[in-house]
Design a protein around this ligand. Structure first.
Ligand code: ASP
Length: 455
């Protein structure tokens, strides 16, 4: 995860560049934390007495992890609200540019929806989390006390489809916020909160003259939340070590195997979306050769892979899209700038797989309504995610909790997040460039050819 960056791109990019060195150090530290914790846990699992394991987890490893998580949890609701409002306000602003804005918005939602569907389909098929034996799942449920959550879940299961859909529109958004993280909200919980944020963002975008100070305030809230997450991330290496220890000491090698399957599921999903879906979109909507797109665009994809940040890649992707792909500058500038914060297909896919994986790990089988909720929330979370390394992590916590899975579960995947972040950011950036190619084609079709010069 990164140091805070605001949604205003120049500043975000500046912060990105300045913080890159620190970030690199941090992700190495997190990997080391994972290894140290996992090895210590495996050693304890093989040789220590069960009393020692119980005490070391209860008094040391678990509280250390909790300090880290609670610092993150406490800003999840304000962060999600401000991020989504600002994301929509950005799109809404440009909507006034007309057709281009509308097309970008529609394609963003459509491509993100397809990507989450691919991710969820794969996670249901491969079932990475279900590779953890039953008795280990029970131990995990016991450890994270998910009973309360499963009660909430069964209460939700009882709700009719009509009520579930109606509950997306909150009667009282503040009440939804209060209960959003523990599933005790009276209506649609996080989804209702996001609906409120969407409506808020659209309303702001349609009356920009009077809402400037409000946007400024939300940017402030967003920056403060990101700052607090920055503080929490300083503790991340120790938190990850504590969590890895408590998992492997209790569960042994099985949890690492499940994690391996999770990584494979995400990478296969991202590859399918990048080379399958984008190729189809390029051929049919942009009439653009996928081969040309992937060879000429590779510099931008590699930069995204290296930086794990859509924002930091923006200068490169702009240059590559205009100069190498031959997209008109006015289209490229517009679509890529909006896309670097709002269009994050790879991230949406990753969020969907992560939620399903953790649901399987905790032995919660999500029903169809819950899986559709995950799709909707992941698409929205993709729009609200900052284009910085690990920008999606706080939003995954939120999606997890809204379907009754302990948010702490995210710790299981933190150690492998950087690798997956690099992969999903490449898909995010390629998605922006593919949309630019489609919008460019659409705009060309609208341009009336100039009459031939009179001889
Ligand atoms: N690193 C991603 C990006 O910048 C965001 C994320 O998925 O965490 O596009």
């Amino acid at each position: 995860m990164s140091e805070p960056t605001g949604p205003d791109l120049p500043r975000g990019r500046r912060d990105d560049t300045m913080a890159r060195r620190r970030r690199l150090e941090l992700h190495w530290k997190m990997l080391i934390g994972l290894l140290v914790g996992a090895v210590a846990g495996l050693v304890a699992n093989a040789w220590a007495s069960s009393k020692f394991i119980e005490d070391s987890v209860y008094y040391a490893a678990y509280p250390v992890g909790q300090i880290f998580f609670r610092l993150i949890f406490m800003v999840v609701v304000p962060l999600a609200f401000s991020a989504l409002v600002l994301g929509v306000t950005g799109i809404g602003d440009v909507r006034r540019v007309g057709r281009m804005g509308f097309k970008t918005l529609v394609m963003t939602v459509l491509l993100s929806g397809i990507s989450v569907a691919i991710g969820i389909g794969l996670a249901n098929w491969i079932r990475p989390g279900a590779r953890l034996p039953d008795e280990k799942q029970k131990e995990l449920q016991e450890k994270y006390k998910t009973d309360a959550a499963s009660k909430v879940e069964s209460a939700k299961k009882a709700k009719s489809v009509r009520d579930t859909l109606l509950d997306i529109i909150p009667k009282n958004p503040l009440q939804e916020m209060v209960g959003a993280l523990d599933g005790s909200s009276p209506g649609g919980g996080m989804l209702a909160l996001m609906f409120f944020a969407l409506a808020f963002g659209v309303a702001i975008a349609t009356s920009p003259e009077r809402t400037g100070p409000l946007v400024g305030m939300l940017e402030g809230v967003y920056d403060v939340c990101m700052k607090i997450i920055g503080f929490a991330m300083k503790l991340a290496p120790v938190g990850v070590a504590g969590l890895a220890y408590s998992l492997t000491a209790v569960l042994g090698l099985d949890i690492l195997k499940a994690l391996g399957w999770f990584v494979i599921t995400v990478i296969v999903g991202l590859a399918l979306h990048m080379f399958g879906v984008y190729s189809i979109v390029l051929v049919f909507l942009a009439r653009y050769s996928p081969r040309r797109f992937f060879t000429r665009g590779s510099e931008a994809f590699l930069t995204a892979f290296g930086t794990a940040s859509s924002n930091a890649t923006l200068p490169t992707s702009l240059r590559v899209t205009e100069k190498s792909l031959g997209i008109r500058p006015e289209v490229a500038r517009f679509v890529l700038t909006v896309g670097s914060t709002a269009n994050q297909n790879g991230t949406a896919l990753f969020e969907g797989v992560t939620v399903l994986f953790l649901a399987q790990v905790f032995g919660h089988d999500l029903n169809v309504v819950q899986q559709v909720t995950v799709v909707l929330l992941s698409v929205l979370a993709g729009i609200g995610t900052a284009g910085v390394p690990g920008g999606s992590l706080p939003l995954i916590v939120l999606v997890l909790m809204s379907v009754g899975i302990p948010g702490e579960g995210i710790g299981i995947i933190l150690g492998v997040d950087r690798l997956l972040d690099m992969c999903r950011t490449s898909v995010n950036v390629a998605g922006d460039m593919a949309i630019a190619a489609c919008v460019d084609r659409g705009e060309q079709a609208k341009t009336v050819p100039a009459p031939p010069p009179a001889s």
